[in-house]
Design a protein around this ligand. Structure first.
Ligand SMILES: NC(=O)c1ccc[n+]([C@@H]2O[C@H](COP(=O)([O-])OP(=O)(O)OC[C@H]3O[C@@H](n4cnc5c(N)ncnc54)[C@H](OP(=O)(O)O)[C@@H]3O)[C@@H](O)[C@H]2O)c1
Length: 217
Protein backbone atom coordinates (compact mmCIF):
# COMPACT_ATOMS: atom_id res chain seq x y z
CA UNK A 1 0.00 0.00 0.00
CA UNK A 2 1.27 3.47 -0.86
CA UNK A 3 2.06 5.91 1.89
CA UNK A 4 1.74 9.69 1.62
CA UNK A 5 2.35 12.41 4.19
CA UNK A 6 0.70 15.81 4.30
CA UNK A 7 2.38 18.50 6.39
CA UNK A 8 -0.46 20.83 7.34
CA UNK A 9 -2.92 18.00 6.74
CA UNK A 10 -5.33 19.45 9.31
CA UNK A 11 -6.00 22.50 7.11
CA UNK A 12 -8.49 23.04 4.27
CA UNK A 13 -6.44 21.76 1.31
CA UNK A 14 -4.58 19.08 3.29
CA UNK A 15 -7.80 17.63 4.67
CA UNK A 16 -9.39 17.55 1.20
CA UNK A 17 -6.37 15.79 -0.29
CA UNK A 18 -6.27 13.37 2.66
CA UNK A 19 -9.94 12.53 2.09
CA UNK A 20 -9.34 11.63 -1.55
CA UNK A 21 -6.11 9.73 -0.87
CA UNK A 22 -7.65 7.67 1.93
CA UNK A 23 -10.68 6.93 -0.25
CA UNK A 24 -8.28 5.58 -2.88
CA UNK A 25 -6.65 3.26 -0.30
CA UNK A 26 -3.47 5.23 0.39
CA UNK A 27 -2.08 5.30 3.93
CA UNK A 28 -1.95 8.96 4.94
CA UNK A 29 0.02 10.62 7.73
CA UNK A 30 -1.17 14.09 8.69
CA UNK A 31 1.76 16.22 9.82
CA UNK A 32 0.61 18.59 12.52
CA UNK A 33 1.79 20.83 15.35
CA UNK A 34 -1.26 19.83 17.38
CA UNK A 35 -2.24 16.26 18.28
CA UNK A 36 -5.68 17.56 19.31
CA UNK A 37 -6.26 19.13 15.89
CA UNK A 38 -5.07 15.91 14.22
CA UNK A 39 -7.44 13.81 16.33
CA UNK A 40 -10.44 15.91 15.34
CA UNK A 41 -9.37 15.91 11.67
CA UNK A 42 -9.04 12.11 11.67
CA UNK A 43 -12.44 11.83 13.37
CA UNK A 44 -13.93 14.13 10.67
CA UNK A 45 -12.35 12.01 7.89
CA UNK A 46 -13.47 8.72 9.46
CA UNK A 47 -17.06 9.95 9.58
CA UNK A 48 -16.97 10.66 5.84
CA UNK A 49 -15.08 7.55 4.70
CA UNK A 50 -15.76 3.81 4.55
CA UNK A 51 -14.42 2.20 7.77
CA UNK A 52 -11.51 0.39 6.12
CA UNK A 53 -10.24 3.66 4.55
CA UNK A 54 -10.50 5.67 7.76
CA UNK A 55 -8.27 3.12 9.50
CA UNK A 56 -5.40 4.21 7.24
CA UNK A 57 -5.23 7.76 8.60
CA UNK A 58 -2.37 8.53 11.00
CA UNK A 59 -0.85 11.65 12.52
CA UNK A 60 2.57 12.80 13.62
CA UNK A 61 4.55 15.96 14.15
CA UNK A 62 6.02 17.52 11.00
CA UNK A 63 9.36 15.66 11.20
CA UNK A 64 7.68 12.33 11.97
CA UNK A 65 5.33 12.80 9.02
CA UNK A 66 8.32 13.28 6.71
CA UNK A 67 9.77 9.99 8.00
CA UNK A 68 6.51 8.16 7.22
CA UNK A 69 6.71 8.47 3.43
CA UNK A 70 8.93 9.23 0.44
CA UNK A 71 6.22 11.55 -0.92
CA UNK A 72 5.41 14.52 1.29
CA UNK A 73 2.82 17.19 0.48
CA UNK A 74 3.24 20.63 2.02
CA UNK A 75 -0.09 22.38 2.62
CA UNK A 76 0.72 25.19 5.06
CA UNK A 77 0.17 28.94 4.54
CA UNK A 78 2.86 30.49 2.31
CA UNK A 79 3.97 32.69 5.22
CA UNK A 80 5.03 29.52 7.07
CA UNK A 81 6.53 27.70 4.08
CA UNK A 82 10.19 28.50 4.70
CA UNK A 83 10.17 28.01 8.48
CA UNK A 84 8.43 24.64 8.11
CA UNK A 85 10.81 23.53 5.35
CA UNK A 86 13.79 24.52 7.47
CA UNK A 87 12.43 22.32 10.26
CA UNK A 88 12.01 19.23 8.04
CA UNK A 89 14.75 19.72 5.44
CA UNK A 90 17.06 16.98 6.76
CA UNK A 91 14.25 14.43 6.78
CA UNK A 92 13.23 15.31 3.19
CA UNK A 93 16.62 14.66 1.58
CA UNK A 94 16.24 12.16 -1.29
CA UNK A 95 12.43 12.43 -1.22
CA UNK A 96 9.68 14.18 -3.21
CA UNK A 97 8.22 17.35 -1.70
CA UNK A 98 4.97 18.50 -3.29
CA UNK A 99 4.64 22.20 -2.63
CA UNK A 100 1.13 23.64 -2.92
CA UNK A 101 1.93 27.11 -1.54
CA UNK A 102 0.47 30.18 -3.19
CA UNK A 103 1.87 33.58 -2.22
CA UNK A 104 -1.16 35.83 -1.68
CA UNK A 105 -1.16 39.57 -0.99
CA UNK A 106 -2.45 39.71 2.61
CA UNK A 107 -4.34 42.95 1.94
CA UNK A 108 -5.76 41.90 -1.43
CA UNK A 109 -5.94 38.17 -2.11
CA UNK A 110 -7.24 38.75 -5.65
CA UNK A 111 -3.98 40.46 -6.70
CA UNK A 112 -1.13 38.44 -8.24
CA UNK A 113 1.95 38.38 -6.02
CA UNK A 114 5.36 37.40 -7.39
CA UNK A 115 7.95 36.67 -4.70
CA UNK A 116 11.66 37.43 -5.10
CA UNK A 117 12.62 33.77 -5.70
CA UNK A 118 10.27 33.82 -8.72
CA UNK A 119 7.62 31.56 -7.17
CA UNK A 120 6.83 29.62 -4.02
CA UNK A 121 7.80 26.39 -5.79
CA UNK A 122 11.19 27.77 -6.79
CA UNK A 123 11.66 29.12 -3.27
CA UNK A 124 11.06 25.62 -1.88
CA UNK A 125 13.57 24.08 -4.30
CA UNK A 126 16.21 26.68 -3.41
CA UNK A 127 15.60 26.17 0.31
CA UNK A 128 15.79 22.37 0.18
CA UNK A 129 18.61 21.94 -2.33
CA UNK A 130 19.00 19.66 -5.33
CA UNK A 131 18.75 16.42 -3.33
CA UNK A 132 15.03 17.01 -2.75
CA UNK A 133 12.77 16.64 -5.77
CA UNK A 134 10.41 19.56 -5.45
CA UNK A 135 7.17 19.22 -7.39
CA UNK A 136 4.91 22.24 -7.38
CA UNK A 137 1.18 21.97 -7.98
CA UNK A 138 -2.47 21.79 -6.89
CA UNK A 139 -2.59 25.61 -6.76
CA UNK A 140 -5.77 25.89 -8.80
CA UNK A 141 -8.03 23.35 -7.14
CA UNK A 142 -10.37 24.63 -4.43
CA UNK A 143 -10.27 22.62 -1.21
CA UNK A 144 -14.09 22.75 -1.15
CA UNK A 145 -14.29 20.75 -4.37
CA UNK A 146 -12.30 17.81 -2.96
CA UNK A 147 -15.00 16.43 -0.66
CA UNK A 148 -17.04 14.87 -3.42
CA UNK A 149 -17.14 11.38 -4.79
CA UNK A 150 -16.85 12.58 -8.37
CA UNK A 151 -13.70 13.59 -10.24
CA UNK A 152 -12.75 17.24 -9.90
CA UNK A 153 -13.89 19.19 -12.97
CA UNK A 154 -10.80 21.40 -13.32
CA UNK A 155 -7.20 20.48 -14.13
CA UNK A 156 -4.10 21.13 -12.04
CA UNK A 157 -0.67 21.98 -13.41
CA UNK A 158 2.36 20.15 -12.04
CA UNK A 159 5.81 21.68 -12.46
CA UNK A 160 9.25 20.57 -11.38
CA UNK A 161 12.76 20.03 -12.68
CA UNK A 162 12.66 16.23 -12.20
CA UNK A 163 10.22 14.87 -14.77
CA UNK A 164 9.97 11.40 -13.18
CA UNK A 165 8.99 12.93 -9.83
CA UNK A 166 6.36 15.10 -11.56
CA UNK A 167 5.05 12.04 -13.40
CA UNK A 168 4.72 10.13 -10.11
CA UNK A 169 2.66 12.97 -8.63
CA UNK A 170 0.57 13.28 -11.81
CA UNK A 171 -0.27 9.56 -11.51
CA UNK A 172 -1.15 9.92 -7.82
CA UNK A 173 -3.32 12.93 -8.65
CA UNK A 174 -5.16 11.07 -11.41
CA UNK A 175 -5.69 8.12 -9.07
CA UNK A 176 -7.66 10.40 -6.73
CA UNK A 177 -9.78 11.99 -9.45
CA UNK A 178 -7.80 15.18 -10.06
CA UNK A 179 -6.59 15.54 -13.63
CA UNK A 180 -2.99 16.75 -13.53
CA UNK A 181 -0.88 17.98 -16.43
CA UNK A 182 2.87 18.49 -16.66
CA UNK A 183 3.54 22.22 -16.98
CA UNK A 184 7.32 22.24 -17.34
CA UNK A 185 10.19 23.02 -15.00
CA UNK A 186 9.93 24.59 -11.55
CA UNK A 187 10.44 28.09 -13.03
CA UNK A 188 6.98 27.73 -14.57
CA UNK A 189 5.35 27.30 -11.17
CA UNK A 190 4.82 31.06 -11.11
CA UNK A 191 2.16 30.67 -13.83
CA UNK A 192 -0.14 28.32 -11.92
CA UNK A 193 0.52 30.08 -8.59
CA UNK A 194 -0.46 33.38 -10.23
CA UNK A 195 -3.75 31.98 -11.50
CA UNK A 196 -4.97 31.36 -7.94
CA UNK A 197 -5.65 35.01 -6.96
CA UNK A 198 -7.47 35.40 -10.27
CA UNK A 199 -9.62 32.34 -9.49
CA UNK A 200 -10.35 33.78 -6.02
CA UNK A 201 -11.39 37.00 -7.78
CA UNK A 202 -13.64 35.05 -10.16
CA UNK A 203 -15.28 33.32 -7.19
CA UNK A 204 -16.01 36.73 -5.66
CA UNK A 205 -17.13 38.38 -8.90
CA UNK A 206 -19.38 35.55 -10.07
CA UNK A 207 -20.45 34.15 -6.68
CA UNK A 208 -18.84 30.78 -7.36
CA UNK A 209 -17.08 28.55 -4.80
CA UNK A 210 -14.62 26.64 -6.92
CA UNK A 211 -13.60 28.46 -10.09
CA UNK A 212 -10.96 26.45 -11.94
CA UNK A 213 -9.31 25.97 -15.30
CA UNK A 214 -9.52 23.05 -17.72
CA UNK A 215 -7.05 22.78 -20.59
CA UNK A 216 -8.32 21.95 -24.05
CA UNK A 217 -5.77 19.39 -25.30
N1 LIG B 1 -7.50 26.21 0.57
C1 LIG B 1 -7.44 26.04 -0.74
O1 LIG B 1 -8.50 25.90 -1.42
C2 LIG B 1 -6.11 26.01 -1.45
C3 LIG B 1 -6.09 25.73 -2.82
C4 LIG B 1 -4.85 25.67 -3.47
C5 LIG B 1 -3.67 25.91 -2.79
N2 LIG B 1 -3.73 26.21 -1.43
C6 LIG B 1 -2.47 26.43 -0.71
O2 LIG B 1 -2.35 25.40 0.24
C7 LIG B 1 -1.72 25.88 1.41
C8 LIG B 1 -2.63 25.59 2.60
O3 LIG B 1 -3.83 26.31 2.46
P1 LIG B 1 -5.05 26.04 3.44
O4 LIG B 1 -6.16 26.91 2.99
O5 LIG B 1 -5.28 24.57 3.57
O6 LIG B 1 -4.43 26.61 4.79
P2 LIG B 1 -4.95 26.54 6.30
O7 LIG B 1 -6.19 25.73 6.36
O8 LIG B 1 -4.99 27.91 6.83
O9 LIG B 1 -3.71 25.85 7.08
C9 LIG B 1 -3.16 24.65 6.77
C10 LIG B 1 -2.38 24.11 7.94
O10 LIG B 1 -1.10 24.70 8.01
C11 LIG B 1 -0.56 24.46 9.31
N3 LIG B 1 0.24 25.64 9.72
C12 LIG B 1 1.60 25.68 9.83
N4 LIG B 1 2.03 26.86 10.20
C13 LIG B 1 0.93 27.63 10.35
C14 LIG B 1 0.73 28.97 10.77
N5 LIG B 1 1.75 29.77 11.10
N6 LIG B 1 -0.53 29.44 10.82
C15 LIG B 1 -1.57 28.65 10.47
N7 LIG B 1 -1.44 27.36 10.08
C16 LIG B 1 -0.20 26.86 10.04
C17 LIG B 1 -1.75 24.19 10.22
O11 LIG B 1 -1.65 22.84 10.64
P3 LIG B 1 -1.29 22.40 12.16
O12 LIG B 1 -1.80 23.50 13.06
O13 LIG B 1 -2.04 21.13 12.33
O14 LIG B 1 0.18 22.23 12.21
C18 LIG B 1 -2.95 24.36 9.31
O15 LIG B 1 -3.99 23.47 9.59
C19 LIG B 1 -1.49 27.36 1.21
O16 LIG B 1 -0.15 27.59 0.87
C20 LIG B 1 -2.42 27.72 0.06
O17 LIG B 1 -1.93 28.76 -0.71
C21 LIG B 1 -4.92 26.24 -0.77
Amino acid sequence: MNKISIIGGTGSLGKGLAYRLLKSNYQVCLGTRSQEKADSTIEFLKEKLPKECGENAFASDYVGACRFSDVVFLTVPFASQLSVLEMVSAELQGKILVDTSVPLEPKNITKVRIVSAGSAGKQAQLALGDNVKVVSGFHNVAAASLFSDQGVSCDVLITGDEFDACDEIINISKSIGINALYGGGIDNSVASESLTPILIGLNKQYKSKSAGVAFNL
